[in-house]
Design a protein around this ligand. Structure first.
Ligand code: BYC
Ligand code: FE
Ligand code: FE
Length: 472
């Protein structure tokens, strides 16, 4: 069993005290992190006492400790999933060799780039969500937001540890840069596009945690396959936290959809703005936007980067070891979408270059399961309406559909027609204004904003009326 040592300045299960140099380097980075948290973390929240979960053991059934904690006092630390003895590399040209405990010199820059890209998203999400605490729909939801925020902060720690421990001076420089790029900053934006979009309302927050944190699930799962063992172990532990983030998104959206469906049934109309609900077609617009920007996070359909990462043994496929093939993919093919002769067609290309597309497909299937559950909620309320994920070509900014224009159903149209319809397919300024108008903070224990239903149960055995956050 690997328990986490909380007596240390930086709690960890990597025996930090056995490496004074590394410990000092990280202790130097810590104040910069805390300063960043203070400036760009959750707004006006430093004195709130929050019913937070802190991991104290890293096994899959790990113990956790729940307590009232102020966020700046959260024990951010470095936790790796337990070491797997004799772990072998599962794919690529090093398949069958022992997993690397040090960075293989010839892959150093690729590995660093993957870790930096992963790390950059974590503080980005905290920055994107920093104002949401001011308009929470309930204390239960406020607590979920803050739990996610501290864990994303810890995910940054996880990547910064790898940079400090394994990449020397340039690793330390990259760790500093993580706190200098900012979501939406004109001069120094975050690396991936979807991490520069503001998340101002709670419908967007639930979309974010459903769709964007789910990219985290799939990317982390692929990195958990890595031949570089410390990265694999970091990601495996992060995935246990990711599950909760996606739960918040799926349940949050389920609660919004249920309220909207109830209001539609009670009033016999989808136009429920005047009853304080978010119309289902408006939820669809939010979904069109968030799903399409998240599809971009998987990169291009054909990517030599992805092929190289795979062949080098740095980044695998989702559930690599459950896939029944040679794990080399040199002679395999895969279908990717392409626009040809006036329509989207499937084209057979090498399985290696289409690794990104394969992961995007796995992601889409996973998203669809959530959509199916919301549609069940809608039909059970007696409403004839269903939510649908937009076509893969819709509103894309990376890959083969970039600078092309399609309807949510995937029909090609002109740029002019697209721009004319943009506000019927994605949130318009007026839609955003309406949703923002519902974002009135509800902070009495047990009370809920009117635009969503109460969750079916509370957290860690507490009931929904529990004071999950003591506001100060
Ligand atoms: N935005 O060869 P390609 C999470 C660039 S989320 C901007 O297809 P590749 C979290 C690309 O860098 C998980 N640029 O790229 C969630 C490349 O640039 P160069 C985050 C983009 O490398 C919620 C060029 O386009 N983790 O944890 O195969 C809350 C050519 O593209 C984008 C990771 O992403 C974009 N969307 O794939 C908190 C894992 N897409 O070479 C946290 C690590 C592509 O021309 N990252 N480009 O300069 C990767 O594995 C890869 O970097 C990507 C891109 C899959 C993202
Ligand atoms: Fe994360
Ligand atoms: Fe997350």
């Amino acid at each position: 069993m690997s328990t986490i040592d909380y007596k240390e300045t930086i709690p960890n299960n990597v025996n930090l005290s056995g490496d004074r140099r590394l410990q000092r380097a990280l202790e130097k980075w810590q104040p910069a992190f805390l300063k960043w948290w203070d400036e760009l973390g959750p707004e006006a929240s430093a004195n709130h006492e929050i019913f937070l979960r802190t991991a104290i053991d890293v096994s899959p059934k790990g113990w956790a400790h729940f307590d009232m904690v102020k966020m700046p006092e959260y024990r951010w630390g470095i936790f790796l999933a337990a070491e797997e003895e004799e772990r072998k590399i599962g794919f690529g040209q090093h398949k069958g060799e022992n997993a690397w405990q040090e960075v293989p010199g010839e892959y150093r820059s690729e590995l660093r780039r993957l870790i930096v890209t992963q790390g950059d998203t974590e503080p980005a999400s905290v920055e994107q969500q920093r104002l949401l605490g001011l308009t929470c729909p309930s204390l239960y939801d406020l607590r979920s937001l803050f739990q996610i925020n501290v864990e994303e902060g810890r995910h940054l720690w996880a990547m910064v540890y790898l940079l400090h421990a394994y990449f020397g001076r340039d690793g330390r420089e990259e760790a500093e840069e993580m706190l200098m790029r900012h979501a939406g900053d004109e001069d120094k934006p975050r690396i991936l596009e979807a991490f520069n979009v503001p998340t101002k309302d709670w419908l967007s927050f639930f979309m974010f945690t459903f769709f964007q944190d789910r990219d985290g699930k799939f990317q982390l799962s692929s990195l958990a396959e890595s031949g570089f063992d410390p990265l694999s172990r970091s990601c495996r532990f992060m995935l246990t936290e990711e599950a909760h983030h996606m739960f918040v998104g799926e349940n949050g959206l389920g609660r919004v959809v249920l309220r909207s469906a109830q209001l539609s049934a009670d009033n016999d109309t989808l136009e429920i703005q005047k009853y304080g609900g978010i119309p289902l077609p408006m939820i669809q617009k939010w979904m069109n936007f968030h799903f399409s920007i998240c599809l971009d996070l998987f990169g291009q359909e054909k990517s030599t980067n992805a092929a190289n990462f795979y062949t080098m043994g740095l980044k695998g496929r989702y559930m690599e070891n459950k896939i029944d093939d040679d794990h080399l993919l040199e002679n395999d093919s895969f279908l990717i979408p392409e626009f040809k002769n006036g329509k989207v067609m499937m084209n057979e290309v090498s399985a290696l270059t289409s690794i990104n597309e394969r992961l995007r497909n796995d992601y889409r299937d996973d998203c669809q399961r959530g959509v199916d559950r919301w549609n069940k909620i809608i039909s059970e309320a007696g409403i004839e309406y269903s939510l649908t994920l937009p076509h893969t070509a819709f509103n894309r900014n990376i890959g083969t559909f970039r600078n092309m224009y399609f309807t949510p159903e995937g029909r090609p149209i002109s740029k002019e027609k697209f721009e004319n319809q943009r506000n019927t397919w994605m949130p318009s300024a007026a839609d955003r204004e309406f949703v923002m108008s519902l974002m009135v903070p509800v902070t009495n224990p047990g009370e809920m904003a009117g635009w969503l239903t109460a969750p079916s149960r509370g957290i860690h055995g507490k009931d929904i009326g529990y004071e999950y956050v003591r506001l100060h």
